[in-house]
Design a protein around this ligand. Structure first.
Ligand code: GRG
Length: 295
């Protein structure tokens, strides 16, 4: 398998699926839909829908019911990036190599389009229900998606991150922040894929565990790239953590140890993945690619 070629093909397929679920730019709120679509179409790795689709296939899923959920997770993720870039949070002008949403449409539309995209994600996920009449699986998946996004997931982690900027924080608090602000959506992606394919509760729990580790390794890699990469390669400003007076994994562990930790945590994730009788070579390679990524 040529991993990079397959990765690119999957990304194209995912972008086609997502584009079928974007809001129409019409009526008085056309400007808002335009801002939502601007951020959704600005690029990105599409990692979360890719993980979701791959896990769904690994557990034998073949129907289109996964598609609204794939679009929904990318909408949630993108809404969080729009808000993360706002002047009240990181105040960044570039993301995915393009001007951030508020930099193009103004701060008010930035706030509202982030909110609208988050809500539209749930509207989109609900479109899975009529695809499988009578099935309890979309409801089970929706419950995971919503709770991993909220106070007991991404938003909880982000709130602790933002309110502790410039302060000394413990390793325990940093782990909480990473587990929630970054891992939670990756856990949701993998769990939703497993749920919709009819995996058992035990298998879903293992997927949650794998997602937690991938998210942790992914976020530590993000911290490393923030100080070792360039704006051109990342598509967003570097030294953002320093600018925002943030304690990161690199601050606490040092660059070399942080890199070793990324290796160790991602190996744990792959090891867990290998415990399933269903083999997915692409998924294993994807985990390694993500934690060694350059952007
Ligand atoms: C409105 C839903 C909503 C949320 C607001 C701002 C916020 C709460 C949460 C932000 C959480 C955050 C930015 C976590 C960082 C996760 C991370 C490493 C993002 C980068 O993900 P990539 O590299 O980005 O997958 P691309 O651009 O490739 O999609």
């Amino acid at each position: 398998m040529n991993f990079n070629k397959v990765l690119e093909q999957k990304k194209v397929e995912i972008e086609q699926i997502i584009s079928g679920y974007l809001p129409e730019e019409k009526g008085f709120a056309a400007g808002m839909a335009q801002a939502m679509n601007y951020s959704m179409e600005a690029g990105g790795k599409r990692l979360r829908p890719m993980l979701m689709q791959e896990v769904y296939r690994m557990f034998g899923g073949t129907s289109m019911v996964i598609e609204p959920f794939m679009a929904a997770i990318e909408m949630i993720h993108t809404s969080s990036l729009i808000h993360d870039d706002l002047p009240a949070i990181d105040n960044d002008e570039y993301r995915r190599g393009k001007k951030t949403t508020h930099a193009v449409y103004g701060e008010a539309v930035g706030v509202l389009s982030g909110d609208a995209l988050l809500n539209y994600a749930y509207e989109t996920a609900c479109r899975a229900f009529p695809m499988v009449p009578g099935s309890e699986l979309p409801g089970k998946a929706l419950a995971v998606l919503t709770s991993k996004t909220g106070i007991y997931g991404m938003l909880g982690g982000q709130s602790v991150d933002v309110t502790n900027e410039g302060k000394e924080i413990s390793r325990e608090m940093l782990d909480y922040i990473y587990k929630n602000k970054t891992s939670a959506l990756i856990e949701a992606s993998m769990m939703v894929g497993a749920i919709l394919a009819g995996a058992t509760d035990e298998q879903i729990a293992v997927m949650e565990n794998i997602g937690e580790r991938i998210g942790l390794a992914f976020q530590i890699r993000d911290d490393i790239l923030d100080i070792t990469s360039t704006m051109e390669e990342l598509g967003k400003p570097v030294f953002s953590d320093k600018k925002n007076h943030k304690v990161t994994y690199v601050t606490l562990r040092g660059l070399e140890q942080a890199s070793r930790d990324v290796e160790m945590i991602s190996e744990e994730a792959v090891k867990l993945l290998k415990t399933f009788p269903q083999k997915d070579e692409f998924l294993e390679e994807l985990v390694c690619y993500l934690v060694n990524r350059k952007n």
